[in-house]
Design a binder for this molecule. Structure first.
Ligand code: TYM
Length: 339
């Protein structure tokens, strides 16, 4: 097994990232190490420049994100933890795959449509070709499994299409260059929604900080955000079917279940018939209890910039080494002479 996944170092790590992806990264890191496989986790800093950004903030966010990932349980001695910018092969492979990816495929990407909105002509070319870089990220390391939240599924399907077409077009049938990666999406918590709108995904780009729980929030902030979370006036139902048409209630119950490591049914078994006046404080306390140790560790780790840079330097060196054979095979398959 070869696990590869990434996160954009824009802003804070939030509960959606944690439950949708990072918690799975940690679990898979341990599983894969026990089985003799390897996991690679990276900061998608090259992706972050596809939209307007402030350079000094990007470097600061990269260091903060390494601290946050380590605080969540990513162990730089077990996983290869790095940032794309230190591994030029990502950008190189993207260029080589640009010859295989199709405009029509990229035009169908919902994230491109959402981010570009009505102003497609005004977007950077990087925002449009973003999914090709994402394909390069995983194909470069022959990833077998890619742990992500639901919103990245379409990008992973595109990576498979690119790999398949490249293998068909340029490789002998018995010697494909690329492995087709599988997305690993958690059954619960695949899509954590905003605390202000049960129909919008929890996201770092939401202008309202009240819409998300950041892993850097202290206990007061967490309790406050949960207390103010949008809900409806009805008490909680006794079963899952009763959550239908109640997106905010479904989201809060889903978060509780994911944090407690139990099912939605079990949470409703406990809280069915209760109002939010009782459920919200219980949810807030559960979040505070589980996030407090992460928060404390994060605050410790972020102080030592040199140590964070050293983690990225070590991970970058290892990633460059691991990337070399696939990149060489790609050049060769395309008939490009490299001396
Ligand atoms: P990013 O930085 O938006 O998110 C990182 C991970 O968190 C998951 N996630 C969520 N899961 C559940 N509920 C939510 N509300 C929520 N918000 C975010 C995402 O699905 C993701 O797994 N393009 C990617 C980064 C990337 C990448 C890659 C991922 C670049 N190259 C290669 C996998 C493989 C992104 O912007 O994720």
């Amino acid at each position: 097994m070869r696990i590869v996944s990434g996160i954009q170092p824009t802003g804070n790590l939030h509960l959606g990232n944690y439950l949708g992806a990072i918690r799975n990264w940690v679990r898979m890191q341990d599983e894969v190490a026990a089985g003799g496989g390897l996991s690679l986790y990276f900061l998608a800093d090259l992706h972050a420049i596809s939209q307007p950004h402030v350079p000094a903030e990007l470097s600061a966010n990269c260091r903060e994100m390494v601290a946050a990932l380590v605080a969540c349980g990513i162990d730089p001695d077990k996983s290869v933890l790095f940032n794309q910018a230190q591994v030029p092969q990502h950008a190189e492979l993207q260029w080589l795959l640009n010859g295989t990816a199709r405009m029509g495929w990229l035009n169908r990407m919902t994230q491109w449509k959402d981010k570009a909105g009505k102003n497609r002509e005004g977007q950077s070319v990087a925002l449009f070709t973003y999914p090709v870089l994402q394909a390069a990220d995983v194909l470069l390391y022959q990833a077998t499994h890619v742990p992500v939240g639901e919103d990245q599924k379409q990008h992973l399907e595109l990576a498979r299409d690119i790999a398949q077409k490249f293998n068909n077009d340029f490789c002998p049938e018995d010697a494909p260059v690329f492995t087709l990666p599988k997305p690993t999406i958690p059954p619960e918590a695949a899509r954590i929604m905003s605390l202000r709108d049960g129909n919008a995904k929890m996201s770092k780009s939401d202008p309202s900080d009240m819409s998300r729980i950041n892993l850097t929030d202290d206990a007061d902030a967490i309790m406050q955000k949960v207390k103010k979370a949008k809900t409806d006036p009805e008490p909680l139902p006794g079963d899952k079917a009763g959550l239908e048409g109640r997106p905010e209630a479904a989201n809060l119950v889903g978060i509780y279940a994911a944090m407690a490591g139990t099912s939605v049914e079990a949470v409703l078994g406990q809280f069915g018939g209760e109002g939010f006046g009782k459920f919200k404080p219980a949810l807030g306390e559960l979040l505070v209890e589980q996030l407090a140790p992460i928060n404390a560790r994060f605050n410790e780790l972020r102080q030592d910039q040199a140590a964070l840079d050293a983690i990225l330097a070590k991970g970058g060196a290892k990633a460059r080494e691991l990337a070399a054979p696939t990149l060489a095979a790609t050049y060769q398959a395309l008939g490009l002479l490299r001396g």
